[in-house]
Design a protein around this ligand. Sequence first.
Ligand SMILES: NC(=O)C[C@H](N)C(=O)O
Length: 348
Amino acid sequence: MPSRPKSAKTRPAVSSSAQRPAIVVVGTGGTIASTASQATTLTNYTVTQQADALLAAVPGIQSLADISCMQIFNVDSRAITDTMRLRLARKVDRLLEQPDVDGVVITHGTDTMEETAYFLNLTIKSAKPVIVTGAMRPASALSADGPLNLYNAVLLAASSEAQGLGVLVMLNDRAHAARLVSKIHTTHVDAFTSGEAGCVAEVQDGSIVSLRPPARPHTLDTPFALRQIRRLPRVDILYDYQGAGLHLYKAAIEAGARGIVVAACGNGSLTPQAERGLRLAARQGVVCARSSRTGAGRVTPDLGLARRGILSADDLNAQKARLLLMLALSLPPHACTPDKIQHYFDRY
Ligand SMILES: NC(=O)C[C@H](N)C(=O)O
């Protein structure tokens, strides 16, 4: 349980001016919680800090809200498994059910942040703000970016402007919609983009500048609910390339994959062996989806392939398409036919 703010009693979803919003910061690890041996060491570090220490390093943050914090795990985000992400989602969902919690901030490694954010965006059943943040530089760095990112994340979580926008990713002064955001640089502080759609909001001088709300339905408006999930099914990602072989497709089928997402070339085009592999999988009841390895744009649906159970992942990248497919395959049989799953790809 988070340590409770002293004044926490029943309060509206976002507090009136008389009552400060109650925000829970959930720590999961990542570079924001890491330290290195020297202030100039920016890429070689270890997770050492918990959420309370991160908060203590941010001047003025306590003036934004009544902040409590908790640690669910403390790892590099590459170590987060499907089970851990599910546990985090359940925890956040339960926190938001509490009338005395107005919003949640999650501190997280940036490498797989977009996966956690999109998963929460599809499953959390609340309109209260959920903001995921992190850092590209460790807490020990000269010009560490974590403190301002965390400040801005709490600012956003405490704001009525972030209500009903789904899960947002806050880094480098920008708030991105979970569905659109992706990490596109290995080390720069400005590592995240929402592509052509642009971000949802910016923070300038401690004020939120709203730009555009996310276009796709999320959170309360999806058919995916955590309570109906016991275990997430195996969905594998395969990368297509010139000269690809069939063996990886066979291996995924043999490993019991219920879904395969391929990061296909261009507009979802498949090399001959990838197409053979997907057809083989689809014939055995594995739901397959084509995303694009280009990093932008939608994969045009192909009716011929769709008839064979090979769907289009719309403009989701492979890692996000995988999560949507896992959630879709967790639904009861009548709700996860290939037609229905294509509809989920087109909509969420
Ligand atoms: N910048 C980061 O947060 C990267 C880190 N390795 C992670 O946990 O994802």
